[in-house]
Design a protein around this ligand. Structure first.
Ligand code: AGP
Length: 618
């Protein structure tokens, strides 16, 4: 997510804004920018990379006491100065910082260009600057409201006008904004951590609200997109003022004790963003803009090789089953650290390679990708970081839009990868023999995922914590699953290993009797991922075999499965969904269990020992 801060008051705005951006660095970003009103005009500076690069571009004589600033996490357009915010209109008098995604920006941009507007960036945000310019005859407040009426998507925006230097105007729809009320100064920010050193007195904006901020007062309005903006209702703010008790550190985690837990709980939102605008329910189709240019080549492929590392590889192992089930395409999944040394298949005319990587910088995945590119094999990326190396080197791809993942453990990125792979499987299936009726069912189930994910979080969090407390002194765990939850078992084991340092291994449940069951006794618990699916009966037999050897069982199963109480020692439920989507829900209790095991051992769950968030070395 991007970081936003605005200031108006009696002090120099520049240092306050730059320091505020530094407190937003934890959100992850690739570039930044600042606009300051000074001596009758607005001065603008932007920089790619760290905030310090921006600071070098803000001269000490920028004495203005009003300004806005932004750290960008790219969603549309490469990370560079041109695409950094604030984005400016043609007149050079309207400066906009934005957090969120404008879904219909292409249509709006085309219309504006037809009306003579000149664009300088590849961002969706710049559309707002020109829309506001187009509506300026109504005055700044109505110009913003009329412009936002046309926007589909999410936004938290702050706007600075050269012709109205006594105010900052902000509006919110889904992307958080908080107003700071200081002594003779007012601030606005995307989260409280940016402004806590100035004031703890805040007002949290709600969706559909706009605020006009002056140095000694604020006017809050409710604006309904369906009403004429002139029908604004001023809102009473007396009951809205709150005092932030958090420290800056906890404010950055939005009140969660760790980034990992925050990101586990962000999954309903990250799944919403990953699926946004990509599910076409009425004809059971997946709309993937990033594949548009190669869709005809994709129609011809007859084989896919998926590759990645760690959790990304395990997502690929689940994606393989999805693609084979929906499209009938033979699909292999390979560890990138091995694939990069393999002889590539001779017949590769109709082969496609899919590289999965949250960071887009993993050395082994990049090396494997480059082997395929050397042979002119079609390459696709499923990447979270926009503009990352892998995203730039693949022929096409699908961005996760999961937002920055700060915790070293991959949590929301994993479920986002699975959701995107399900979309890809649907896309490929509907290009082939998958019936519209079946596609519609899958599309409908996909659309339900964010709320099902929320349901799992609410109903399993406490239980996962209690189970972790019960097993915190165990040091060996077996995770087992079958079919779609075979890779899920390995992902659960990976989470536990990297967060709690306990020994954990994944195992295909069908493999138990071929060796692993020899390890089982009362000191070696098993986590069984056993939703009520096509292989549940087999899983139930595996659990019985473990039980008869005094092995303890923690089961993940479908709500309503009462029999589990007679088999397992502990259990966590997930709601019913399509078999191929169960890993997206089943992994959540596993993430929570790993998190609470790490916390119960007093470990740094955000930065586990020996690990890096992005393994850019081999
Ligand atoms: C997962 O929890 C680990 N942090 C690690 O396995 C990670 O998935 C792997 O390094 C791949 O990273 P990438 O997705 O950024 O390529």
């Amino acid at each position: 997510m991007c970081g936003i801060i605005g200031y108006i008051g009696k002090h120099k705005a520049t240092p306050i804004l730059v320091n505020g951006l530094k407190r937003l660095e934890y959100r992850g970003y690739d570039s930044s920018g600042i606009a300051i009103f000074n001596d009758g005009k607005i001065y603008l500076a932007k920089a790619k990379g760290r905030i310090i690069e921006l600071e070098k571009k803000t001269p000490s004589n920028w004495d203005g006491n009003i300004g806005i600033a932004h750290t960008r996490w790219a969603t549309h357009g490469e990370p560079n100065e041109q695409n950094a915010h604030p984005q400016v209109d043609c007149s050079g008098k309207i400066f906009v910082c934005h957090n969120g995604i404008i879904e219909n920006y292409k249509e709006l941009k085309e219309e504006l260009i037809k009306n003579g507007h000149k664009f300088k960036s590849d961002t969706d945000t710049e559309v707002l600057s020109h829309l506001i310019e187009k509506n300026m005859r109504y005055g700044p407040e109505l110009a913003i409201a009329k412009s936002l009426k046309l926007v589909k998507g999410t936004y938290g925006i702050v706007v600075l006008f050269a012709n109205y230097p006594d105010r900052i105007i902000a509006a919110r729809n889904s992307s958080p904004l908080v107003i700071g009320i200081g002594n003779g100064e007012r601030l606005i920010a995307s989260d409280a951590s940016a402004i806590l050193n100035r004031t703890r007195n805040v007002i949290y904006m709600n969706d559909g609200e706009m605020v006009v901020i002056r140095k000694d007062n604020i006017k809050l309005f409710g604006f309904n997109k369906n009403q004429d903006p002139s029908a604004f209702q001023g809102l009473n703010i007396s009951k809205r003022k709150e005092k932030v008790e958090w420290t800056i550190d906890s404010a950055q985690k939005n009140g969660y004790p760790h980034f990992m837990l925050k990101e586990v709980f962000e999954q309903p939102e990250s799944l919403t963003n990953s699926l946004r605008g990509r599910i076409i329910k009425n004809n059971g189709f997946a709309k993937l803009g990033g594949l548009e240019e190669i869709k005809n080549r994709l129609k011809k492929i007859d084989r896919i090789i998926i590759s990645g590392c760690g959790t990304a590889y395990l997502a690929g192992a689940i994606g393989k089953l999805m693609i084979e089930e929906l499209s009938g395409l033979p699909c292999e999944v390979e560890l990138a650290s091995e694939l990069r040394y393999r002889n590539l298949p001779a017949s590769r005319q109709n082969l496609a390679m899919v590289a999965i990587s949250q960071s887009g910088e993993t050395a082994d995945t990049l090396a494997a990708l480059r082997r395929f590119k050397e042979k002119n094999i079609l390459t696709l990326g499923i990447v979270n970081v926009v503009g990352s190396t892998i995203s730039r080197e693949t022929d096409a791809g699908i961005y996760n839009h999961a937002g920055p993942e700060i915790g070293v453990a991959s949590t929301k990125a994993f479920t986002s990868q699975l959701a995107v792979l399900a979309l890809l499987a649907l896309f490929l299936g509907r290009q082939r023999n998958l019936l519209k009726l079946d596609g519609k069912k899958i599309a409908e189930e996909l659309a339900l995922l964010p709320q099902l994910c929320h349901h799992v979080l609410i109903h399993s969090n406490k239980m996962a914590k209690a189970i972790a407390e019960k097993y915190k002194n165990f040091n060996n765990f077996l995770y087992m699953g079958r079919k779609y939850n075979f890779p899920t078992a390995f992902e659960g084991a990976l989470k536990l290993k990297e967060i709690s340092y306990a020994h954990a291994e994944g195992c295909g449940a069908g493999e138990m009797k071929h060796g692993p069951i020899a390890m089982i006794d009362e000191n070696f618990p098993t986590i069984a991922i056993a939703p009520l699916d096509s292989v549940y009966d087999k899983m139930a037999s595996n659990m019985e075999e473990i039980k008869s050897r005094h092995g303890k069982i923690i089961a993940i199963t479908t709500e309503g499965n009462k029999k589990i109480k007679h088999i397992a020692d502990d259990w966590l439920y997930i709601p019913k969904t399509l078999e191929m989507l169960t890993p997206i829900l089943a992994v959540i209790p596993l993430q929570l269990f790993a998190y609470y095991m790490g916390v119960s051992r007093g470990l740094d769950v955000d930065k586990p020992r020996n690990l890096a968030k992005s393994v850019t070395v081999e």
